[in-house]
Design a protein around this ligand. Structure first.
Ligand SMILES: Cc1cc2nc3c(=O)[nH]c(=O)nc-3n(C[C@H](O)[C@H](O)[C@H](O)COP(=O)(O)OP(=O)(O)OC[C@H]3O[C@@H](n4cnc5c(N)ncnc54)[C@H](O)[C@@H]3O)c2cc1C
Length: 311
């Protein structure tokens, strides 16, 4: 392959990364997108809440994003995992699992996060189908049926209240022995609070058959929970980007141009915000693509995040 220098290397070719590439391709900037091919919502049969694509399989949406990019000869997409990034602005070096090493003047991080689910038999197998993370993405499909929320942190109370308000009259918060929930307030708004945990999950014709910690069965249409989102051992961590603490885990801090604290490094999508959403990832990718392009044209205009905060 041509080994550069590229104007931009984008790490992650899903909703955020491909959108950043589109902005850069339309400026005819030499851009290489690396993608390991595992978007976060790949477990779901359909993505929801995305205008124009509501109910479409995520892979189909991304296929269309890739075919749009085929019109821009300055953009290449390589199916490969980035294992190391080092260097500095104007001279980054990117190394892949496949053994390639390329140089690039700017980096856009769009590699998403890794979901860490509770270690419960059957749970991972149903993730994205009937074990769900977000009422807005998947609540409508299970509305008006019994739902449970498994507490993995304090946001579980918020999720249970949301679901009870507009998706189902039968919502149980399984606190799994976790303290800090205001049971009276939750009961008042119609959420049933139950201290048990989930021991096993099995899908059946009507939804999910849960086995609770005391062995009792519970039938629900879906189980909601918030996974821990990890960016450990990723390019964002290798580069030392400043992080913020989110309710699900740390995320990369970005400024209004999508710039991180590291000069020449931009970030977009789930790795750069506390909550996941395809529309936000697309918006972030637009911002990072344009911000990254602006920094190539006006290097002094886009300052890294910390310098901007200190000014
Ligand atoms: C189960 C589930 C269902 C969801 N459903 C919806 C929904 O219906 N509607 C909605 O709006 N949102 C939904 N979301 C959220 C949505 O999936 C994310 O907001 C969105 O995928 C974020 O896009 P992204 O481009 O930031 O990251 P991702 O889509 O996660 O893509 C990151 C890409 O980078 C690649 N990558 C990772 N590391 C490397 C590396 N080192 N080198 C190269 N490539 C790498 C990955 O393989 C992947 O292709 C859902 C999330 C989950 C978990």
């Amino acid at each position: 392959m041509n080994d550069g220098p590229y104007d931009v290397a984008i790490i992650g070719g899903s909703f955020a990364g491909l959108t950043a590439a589109l902005q850069l391709g339309r400026a005819s900037r030499r851009t290489l997108v690396f993608d390991a091919g595992a978007p976060r919502n790949r477990f779901s049969p359909a993505a929801h809440g995305v205008p124009g694509w509501d109910g479409t399989p995520p892979g189909e949406i991304l296929g269309r994003f890739r075919s749009d990019l085929a019109a821009y000869p300055s953009v290449q997409i390589q199916a490969d995992r980035v294992v190391q990034v080092d260097g500095r602005q104007d001279a980054f070096s990117v190394e892949t699992d496949g053994g390639d090493r390329v140089s690039a003047r700017r980096i856009v991080l769009a590699h998403g996060v890794r979901d860490i689910l509770p270690d419960i038999p059957g749970l991972a197998e149903n993730w994205g189908r009937t074990v769900l993370h977000c009422p807005y993405c998947h609540g409508y499909e299970v509305r008006d049926r019994p739902l449970a929320v498994l507490a993995t942190g304090p946001m579980a109370a918020h999720q249970a209240q949301l679901l009870r308000a507009d998706w189902s009259e039968a919502v149980t918060l399984l606190t799994a022995g976790m303290g800090g929930f205001d049971a009276d307030a939750l009961t008042k708004v119609g959420v049933k609070v139950d201290p048990r945990n989930v021991k096993a999950v099995r899908s059946d014709a009507t939804g999910l058959a849960l086995t609770l910690s005391d062995g009792a069965p519970m039938a629900v249409a879906a189980l909601f929970l918030g996974p821990t989102a990890s960016i450990a051992e990723t390019p964002a961590e290798h580069l030392g980007c400043a992080l913020a603490d989110g309710p699900m885990g740390p995320y990369v801090q970005v400024g209004p141009m999508g710039q991180t604290s590291v000069p020449g490094v931009f970030a977009a999508g789930d790795l750069a915000r506390p909550a996941p959403n395809v529309n936000f990832a697309i918006a972030d990718g637009t911002q990072a693509g344009i911000g990254c392009h602006a920094s190539l044209v006006f290097p002094d205009f886009v300052q890294p995040l910390q310098q901007e905060v200190a000014a």
